[in-house]
Ligand binder design. Structure first.
Ligand code: URA
Length: 433
């Protein structure tokens, strides 16, 4: 595709037409060969944001992006491999905890993760705070580790879906992120290239999420499971709340400490509800019966914590150092008045955690309250850790207190899945498949 042909595609998209699968293939190939400029690609993305994309277009774009780089292959004959993805949250410790938890139940979890984006945290940045931990696993080591110990968490390599890397960066700079089709293609292409046979998606909704309204988040969840189905990958998608941080801690190393304590049986109840649901879905998608019971047993027996330590050690992490990780003395940010907590500025809390952890790997904040709580004047709202903890003092304004009681928002809004059946000859799988 040359500049003139691309110009015609932009015009047609601008005027509401649907581009063909061949055109999406040609656009991505030409962009990767530098025959299409960033200016033209940005204009096309803006037309997609403005006019929308059909489901067929999103699928075609996903496929074209997958084909822009290498793909990982796991042999299904050795068992179903599962992966999870979150659309981005604050204090989202689910991957750190659910991956080893599902692996401790026998599932094989190959998790490719990203870095922090905007106010939301990144699993890779968190894991890097463990001394020695290697996030940059070569593909062969990633595959081998999943086969040998049942799980690995690695950074998305440059070799997988390079088109998404370039286009996402461009969308970020040109305010063209919010398009259902572009978002779904970006997310699913990375999962397909990662090689798993089944996926669990966690689509966040609320003021701290990309999809602020539950119906929007549900629509994205639907697109994700349906695009995955076109690739014959089974998928479950949860729609979950992000009107307050999921766990208690916001930062990098401080979230690793929270995950460690969770796996030792000291988890926050709200985070636990989601972790158990997602780990259960990973185990179920992995072909195991009674996943919820398996997950509860793996957590309470300590096997999930052992698997976490095994994964850390397999990736070069210093488990003794992990066990000693502890933030210093906190500085408390207290409520200026009494009242019911009606809302939190999750974006502000996320940004504060990121800023404090940028200066000190065990810096960050711990949120002491939940929406719906009655808070006494002078009671702590936030405990801030790190060299610049005093900078957290204005966070008192991130909390809205009122005199009328409010109900806590639900955590789980919805769960949907597609009907793909992943065939495996493993003993635990249904022999009739
Ligand atoms: N996360 C992604 O990976 N891609 C998007 O487009 C948006 C969020």
């Amino acid at each position: 595709m040359d500049e003139q042909a691309m110009r015609r595609c932009i015009e047609r998209k601008r005027d509401g037409a649907t581009l063909s699968a061949q055109e999406w293939d040609d656009i991505i190939s030409a962009f990767m060969d530098d025959d299409v400029s960033e200016a033209q690609m940005a204009a096309l993305c803006m037309a997609c944001v403005w006019r929308g994309m059909s489901f067929d277009e999103a699928y075609a774009l996903t496929r074209a992006m997958v084909e822009s780089g290498q793909t990982i292959a796991f042999d299904v004959e050795h068992g179903i491999v599962v992966d999870k993805h979150s659309s981005g949250g604050v204090s989202d410790i689910v991957s750190l905890v659910a991956v080893p938890l599902a692996a401790a139940c026998g599932a094989r979890v190959a998790k490719l993760s990203g870095r922090a984006l905007g106010h939301t945290g990144g699993t890779i940045d968190k894991l890097e705070t463990i001394p020695g931990f290697n996030v940059a696993l070569p593909i062969e080591s990633f595959v081998k580790q999943v086969q040998q110990i049942g799980c690995a968490i690695a950074a998305q390599t440059q070799a997988l879906v390079p088109a998404d890397k370039r286009i996402y960066h461009l969308r970020d700079r040109t305010a063209t992120v919010p398009s259902m089709g572009l978002i779904a293609a970006s997310i699913v292409s990375k999962k397909i290239a990662g090689g798993a046979h089944a996926f669990v998606f966690d689509v966040k909704t609320g003021p701290g999420a990309m999809m602020q309204q539950p119906p929007q988040a549900r629509e994205l969840a639907q697109w994700l499971v349906e695009i995955a189905a076109r690739f014959e990958r089974r998928a479950t998608a949860f729609v979950t709340d992000m009107s307050q941080p999921l766990g208690r801690c916001v930062g990098t190393g401080i979230e690793v400490v929270e995950a460690r304590e969770f796996l030792r049986g000291n988890g926050d109840a709200r985070a636990e509800e989601l972790v158990l649901s997602i780990a259960g879905a990973l185990v179920g998608e992995g072909g195991f019966d009674e996943p919820d019971a398996l997950v509860r047993e793996a957590l309470s027996s300590g096997r999930a914590y052992e698997k976490f330590c095994e994964m850390i050690a397999a990736q070069g992490g210093d488990v003794a150092a992990l066990e000693k990780m502890q933030p210093g003395a906190p500085l408390e940010v207290c409520a200026p008045q009494s009242g019911y907590l009606t809302a939190m500025d999750v974006v502000r809390l996320g940004n504060a955690g990121r800023a404090l952890s940028a200066e000190d790997s065990l810096g960050g904040i711990e949120v002491a309250v939940r929406i719906g709580d009655y808070v006494e004047a002078g009671a702590p709202l936030v405990r801030a850790f790190g060299r610049d903890a005093h900078a957290a003092q204005p966070l008192a304004h991130a909390f809205t207190l009122s005199q009328a009681p409010v109900q806590a928002p639900p955590l789980l809004y919805d769960a949907l899945c597609n009907a793909v059946v992943v065939k495996s000859r493993l003993a635990h799988a249904d022999p009739a498949l």
